[in-house]
Design a protein around this ligand. Structure first.
Ligand code: CUA
Length: 351
């Protein structure tokens, strides 16, 4: 009877183990194997993300080895010294105190922890001590509920949610250095393929840098719970070849378009409350509460990555932002359909 019970238990444990392995494999594969729009620290495409990955793998390997040794000994002990028929009458030998064993399990962990501390501090120091060389790009990123303001003070550009940076190569190193500020609550700036996570804290300025070498769009997210729409506070970093980045800079520096065809919409926009929150460079719209709209149409998404920037979504957004992003700080302005249409056609000229 007892034997059968053990067999069933063993089969059950094996089954659970196999299920766990399958489950883990399912989760790990997309993290390790996928490349498009992934936010994986295991696919770094920039310094310092590369260095962070190497340190993480070393730490994982050491912890994995400890897990295998401890878990293996535990499983061995449970099986080898399990309760057997006839054990009731006797007790196993009772051992108290062993200086050798106690010294070993004190000294060994201290050595392991010491190795981990040294490796980690070296990585942290490497990353934090990097100084901006001439030619580096400087940008200030301000976290708002729930979007990112992006300023390039040296270039005179203000945009939102999409940070453009040049790719570095051997002939020309152009790292980007960020200053991180918050306009309201604590946020956290994290683009896993580029760099580690840095908190964005009210009343404090943090900094970080990265130096991507591969052009592409890198996704990130606010990584510190900051209220209702924390999950829709996405970051896009557009890494461009240097020439393309310079073209983007030149386009962003241009004054806002003033097309005569959009005159009606322009009037509605400036007659409404839009200008209290939004800026359009070179106009009386100088609000600092919402995203700068000078070149709105050059951005891929609206509402900090909540939706692609298309004429339909732009209209839906102006009509009622609360439908697309519940709780966002842009209210439904209760405008008539014709006014919405006019504003949208004006916004569409802001290329
Ligand atoms: Cu901002 Cu979470």
């Amino acid at each position: 009877m007892r034997l059968r019970y053990h067999k069933i238990l063993r089969a059950f444990l094996l089954f659970v183990f196999a299920l766990t392995c399958l489950g883990l494999a399912g989760h790990i594969e997309p993290v390790l194997g996928n490349t498009d729009g992934v936010t994986s620290i295991f696919r770094p495409l920039s310094q310092p993300a590369q260095e962070i990955k190497e340190t993480s793998l070393l730490v994982l390997a050491i912890c994995g080895a400890i897990f295998v040794v401890v878990g293996g000994l535990l499983v061995y002990t449970i099986i080898r010294f399990r309760h057997r028929a006839g054990d009731e009458a006797s007790e196993p030998p009772q051992i108290y105190g062993s200086n050798q064993i106690e010294t070993a399990w004190t000294v060994l962990p201290i050595l392991i922890v010491f190795v981990l501390i040294l490796v980690t501090s070296r990585t942290i120091a490497d990353i934090q001590n990097r100084k901006a060389a001439p030619g580096a790009i400087h940008a200030t990123v301000v976290g708002h509920q729930w979007w990112w303001e992006i300023r390039y003070p040296e270039l005179g550009i203000v945009t939102a949610n999409e940070l453009h940076v040049p790719a570095s190569d051997h002939s020309r190193q152009q790292p980007t250095f960020l200053k991180l500020q918050s306009a309201d609550v604590a946020h956290s700036f994290w683009v896993p393929q580029l760099a580690g996570k840095t908190d964005v804290i009210p009343g404090r300025e943090n900094s970080m840098w990265f130096e991507p070498t591969q052009p592409g769009t890198y996704l990130g997210n606010c990584a510190e719970y900051c209220g209702m729409q924390h999950a829709r506070m996405l970051i896009r970093v557009v890494v461009q070849p240097p020439a393309e980045f310079e073209r983007w800079v030149a386009e962003q520096k241009r004054a806002a378009a003033e097309e005569s065809s959009a005159q009606a919409g322009r009037q509605v926009f400036f007659a409404n409350n839009c200008i209290n929150c939004h800026s359009i460079r070179g106009t009386s719209a100088q609000g600092a509460f919402g995203p700068d709209l000078t070149h709105l149409m050059s951005r891929q998404t609206l509402a900090s990555g909540a939706t692609p920037n298309t004429p339909e979504t732009l209209r839906a957004w102006v009509r009622d932002p609360q439908k697309l992003k519940v709780g966002c700080l842009m209210p439904n302005m209760q405008m008539a359909d014709t006014e919405v249409d006019q504003i949208v056609s004006y916004l569409q000229t802001l290329k």
